[in-house]
Design a protein around this ligand. Structure first.
Ligand code: SAM
Length: 237
């Protein structure tokens, strides 16, 4: 009998592109490379206005925009007068674009996604917008959240905003295709993307955080598909 892993590999063998990612098992690194490849070609769509930034971010706070991409959130925070912000991303191309868009901003490239280096800096708030959906599978998400916790002052905050599971047929069909975890599917851009339930995000935070607020919103993907979105704000315990 064929195992789910073998089945999944078969599917990827058929779909493998010129980068020859056949039988890849390091899904995290696959996604890091795929994001770097498409940097500057797609724009993130998670609606920043839904984050209600001014109600819980203070101008004096030191903020880490983890997975900052092209600097969209950093620019918005700066516009709101919140200037003590550092961006970090595993894609050097994304970092380059962010630096060009925000000259003078601190944008650091993460050379190893499993060992992000914070140079002994501690943050009041860490924000991840549309990032954890690319951190696959779940053990990688858990490990990352634990490492981020260590870089947040006790009483500091984490904000996670990410894409939720959809009941639309297009997504139900995608979720049905076998991959290494449920609700993770391969996109046209060759990314493995995970869609969340809100409880799943709270679960990731574990006992290291106390969830303060959750909100379900409407978002749109880069392809114009409607999707639920989840926003979870939690205090580091
Ligand atoms: C959908 S984009 C979101 C960018 C930005 N947060 C925004 O909302 O505009 C996802 C970003 O996460 C970055 N990323 C993917 N995996 C990552 C990881 N393991 N650690 C840090 N960043 C990661 C990608 O390079 C990409 O810039």
């Amino acid at each position: 009998m064929i195992s789910p892993r073998q089945l999944a590999n078969k599917e990827w063998e058929m779909e493998a592109d010129s980068r020859q990612l056949v039988n890849c098992t390091d899904w995290l690194s696959h996604n890091v490379a795929a994001w770097d490849w498409i940097a500057g070609r797609i724009n993130s769509t998670f609606p920043l206005e839904e984050l209600d930034l001014t109600s819980w971010c203070y101008s004096s706070s030191r903020i880490l925009d983890y997975g900052c991409g092209t600097g969209r959130l950093m620019i918005e925070l700066n516009r709101l007068g919140i200037k003590n912000v550092i961006g970090m991303d595993t894609s050097s191309n994304m970092c380059k674009i962010a630096r060009t868009r925000m000259p003078g901003a601190i944008v650091t490239w993460i050379s190893n996604p499993r060992v992000p280096k914070f140079s002994d800096l501690m943050f009041d708030t860490v924000i991840l917008v549309g990032v954890l959906s690319s951190v696959v599978p779940v053990n990688e998400r858990k490990a990352l959240v634990m490492q981020l916790r260590d870089a947040i002052w006790p009483g500091g905050k984490i904000l996670i905003a990410d894409f939720g599971r959809s009941d639309e047929p297009i997504y139900r069909n995608r979720y049905r295709l076998p991959t290494f975890e449920k609700y993770t599917f391969k996109t046209e851009e060759d990314l493995f993307i995970h869609h969340f339930e809100c409880e799943e995000i709270i679960d990731l935070l574990g006992s290291g955080f106390n969830t303060r607020e959750t909100r379900r919103i409407s978002t749109m993907t880069i392809h114009g598909n409607l999707l639920p979105g989840h926003i979870v704000l939690a205090d580091r315990s």
